[in-house]
Design a protein around this ligand. Structure first.
Ligand code: DGJ
Length: 725
């Protein structure tokens, strides 16, 4: 999969359908050669245009600057003459900001090394291989290892970098991105995901102009607003055609993803930790690892890119034992009761739910300390026995008697100013001494850069989890980071806080999974502010959005599923009028939309009508009929409501292509409309299938289409099963 052509000084990393080429110039510069559809030969140096000016420094000593500012670089540094976005910026102990990496050697190894303390894709030695390119800055005593991994069963490639101080003096990393891709422009358009609370991950696609266009967060989390994903697509790109270059960050903190079009019509695409508020002091003997970026190239449009990400994440990122298991259908009491509940109310919900096929009760925010609204008690992780009379264990045992499992909500990263914990440890909150701590939702953020803080909170949470038979944890995080200061770190290490905070969160989640190996963990952040690949390493599912309206969810889930498997998308059926948008949609439609995610309920089931309860029973049966297919299948999109403002449709096709599900939602009905023919995707053109009680050839369904009758009434949906004859 990975070759080095000694004569041409070319590395070629091949996946089944793609190639990534790197070449050495002047035996010292690590240049980018090619990324695209698969090539077989390594005689590719002509792609570097070394015979065109500006020539390489060895043949044109008086003009190094122009070379540095135009050559395609694998890991460009700042301060020496490349004025495009740099990947690395170092400040020496003496305060100078310039570094010069010189190629030193390489290693090709089976498998993939772990990235210390960080989430990352993984694979057996037989399933993937890694290229390590070693570079050195002699003056700083800095070694940089560029890591590239490819997988046998995937068209994705991963990148990261390790920076080591092998010198005698400390230096400061002011910027260490994880990936850079230089290529000629092809009229690229920039695709990203944008949003807000309850409006996460909407797709935006705009032309790339000269200059820099970036997508970023320095909120301390991947965020509701922008997403650590960037794709450059050729203008004709659709779901099924066109070229796509995509990057996705396996990280949950600050990030920057950028496309820059240069004076020479080349494009530099970069991704990594946002340099805003970041400096990392590297003492002699220490190393710093930049988190992983996953890169996907597709010559078959966005759909192929999506399926490559989905498979990579299902096969090589998510580790949970629940990944390939049907998750219990849950009912969460948040939208049912908010903070106003006690054990009696929870048991009433559980009783009705258990009769309708729901398998787990999740107790959301409000069960601990003296919390009866969001003003207090974060950090006081002891059950409030005035609410949960008889204690947690008794509640859990009573739920279990109904044949259900039990899950619990926690928010371990936060501390309320009104909490016992804060009164005992005011220094545990992130803060800048002498300044008011910025409050959000009346809470502060714990200084998880400190091990004793992370351990102290973790131990309280672990005690709760040990105290009863708890099968599921919803790990929430309801505010962004601000007033970044820590009592624990010296002045020249305060710039490490954002990243150290993330490392603290990852360490806590790692501990949680080690101590409770069968736990089903769902990450969450005020809805979907931390739905990212970093979190998927710890939890097989993430709450997608606090907006549970079926129509809003079409866009949110389309954007999310652009990268992440639908089996990871936390999706629940809630009541109408919807609590976020006030819309009334049919119960059946809400079920169909949630079925394309993890599936569950978030409502007061005791208040449903008999008719609605009958639908719940049918939906839970449907979940069991279809979840294996939905969880493991291939995802295809046919129509986007976000684009056409009329209707949405998508499909899940089994890997064996013997079964499929078609989801169609007609958002608004229209007068005097005919039925339409929906061209299906992903089936075998030569096999015969049954759909809606009629037999078709696969090619007929894909070329002529399946007839979808015009619906009367708004927000109507249909779920059609396709089976091979
Ligand atoms: C935000 C989450 O997204 C909600 O589902 C709920 O758990 C609340 N937090 C509780 O505070």
């Amino acid at each position: 999969m990975i070759r080095f052509d000694e004569k041409n000084k070319v590395f070629l990393l091949n996946t089944e359908h793609t190639s990534y080429g790197i070449a050495l110039t002047d035996d010292r510069y690590v240049c980018h050669l090619y990324y695209g559809s698969r090539l077989e030969e390594t005689d590719l140096r002509y792609l570097l245009r070394e015979d065109e000016g500006p020539f390489t420094p060895s043949s044109n000593k008086r003009e190094t600057g122009s070379f540095l500012d135009s050559a395609p670089m694998e890991y460009p540094e700042s301060g020496m003459g490349d004025y495009r976005e740099s990947a690395l910026r170092i400040r020496s102990a003496a305060g100078y900001r310039a570094s010069e990496l010189v190629y030193e050697g390489y290693e090709i190894m089976a498998g993939k090394p772990r990235l210390e303390g960080l989430p990352a894709t993984w694979g057996a030695d037989s399933a993937c291989s890694t290229l390590k390119i070693y570079c050195r800055d002699q003056l700083l005593g800095m070694k940089v290892t560029l890591l590239y991994s490819v997988f046998q069963d995937s068209d994705a490639l991963t990148r990261s970098a390790i920076i080591e101080n092998e010198g005698k003096e400390p230096f400061y990393i002011e910027k260490a991105l994880s990936a850079c891709l230089d290529m000629d422009d092809r009229g690229f358009e920039v695709m990203g995901l944008f949003g807000s609370w309850a409006r996460e991950r909407r797709i935006q696609r705009i032309p790339l102009g000269y200059g820099r266009q970036n997508i970023a967060s320095f909120r301390g989390e991947s965020s509701h607003q922008e997403h650590p994903f960037l794709a450059l697509v050729t203008p004709e790109t659709t779901q099924d055609t066109g070229e796509v270059y995509a990057m996705n960050f396996v990280y949950s903190g600050n990030f920057i993803a950028q496309a820059e079009k240069s004076q020479f019509d080349s494009v530099r695409m970069t991704m990594g930790i946002h340099p805003e508020g970041f400096t990392w002091k590297l003492e002699p003997g220490e190393s710093f690892t930049a988190p992983e970026v996953v890169m996907v190239y597709s010559s078959e449009g966005l759909g192929k890119m999506t399926r490559t990400f989905h498979d990579l994440y299902r096969n090589h990122l998510i580790r949970s034992p629940w990944l390939h298991r049907k998750r219990p259908i849950l009912i969460n009491n948040w939208e049912a009761t908010y903070f106003d509940f006690d054990e009696k109310k929870l048991l009433e919900i559980a009783e009705d739910a258990s009769e309708l096929g729901i398998e787990m009760l999740v107790m959301d925010d409000g069960w601990f300390g003296k919390r009866s609204n969001d003003d207090s008690s974060l950090g006081d992780w002891r059950v409030n026995e005035e609410k949960i009379r008889g204690g947690l264990n008794s509640l859990v045992e009573n739920v279990k008697k109904l044949g259900m499992k039990f899950g619990i909500w926690i928010e371990p990263e936060m501390i309320s100013p009104d909490s016992e914990l804060y009164r005992q440890h005011p220094d545990w909150a992130l803060q800048v001494p002498g300044r008011d701590i910025t409050q959000s939702r009346a809470q502060y953020v714990l200084d998880l850069s400190r091990e004793e803080v992370a351990d102290g909170v973790y131990e309280m949470i672990a005690e709760v989890l040990h105290s009863a038979d708890i099968s599921y944890v919803k790990w929430d995080m309801n505010r962004q980071l601000a007033t970044m200061g820590s009592y624990a770190w010296p002045a020249d290490r305060q710039g490490e806080l954002y990243h150290r905070y993330m490392l603290g969160v990852y360490r806590m989640q790692e501990r949680l999974l080690a101590d409770f190996p069968d736990l089903l963990l769902e990450n969450c952040s005020g809805g979907g502010a931390r739905f990212d690949a970093g979190m998927l390493y710890y939890s097989p599912q993430i709450w997608c959005s606090d907006d549970t309206d079926a129509v809003e969810r079409l866009s949110i889930q389309e954007g999310t599923a652009l990268i992440y498997p639908v089996s990871a998308m936390g999706a629940h059926v809630s009541v109408c009028p919807n609590h976020t948008v006030g819309r009334v949609t049919p119960f059946v439609t809400r079920g169909h939309v949630a079925l394309s995610g993890t599936f569950g309920y978030e409502l007061d089931i005791t208040k449903l009508t008999d008719e609605e309860k009958a639908i719940v029973k049918a939906q839970t049966a449907e979940y069991h009929r279809y979840n294996d297919l939905i969880r493991e299948g291939d995802y295809y999109r046919m129509e986007s409501y976000t684009e056409n403002k009329d209707r949405d449709s998508w499909m899940i096709v089994s890997k064996e292509k013997d079964r499929a599900l078609v989801f169609c939602v007609q958002v608004l009905s229209g007068a005097n409309r005919k039925s339409r023919f929906l061209r299906l995707k992903g089936l075998d053109p030569d096999r015969r299938y049954v759909a809606d009680g009629r037999e078709y050839q696969g090619s007929t369904l894909m070329r002529a289409g399946l007839r979808i009758p015009a619906e009367s009434g708004d927000f109507k949906s249909r779920l059609i099963e396709i089976r091979q004859v």
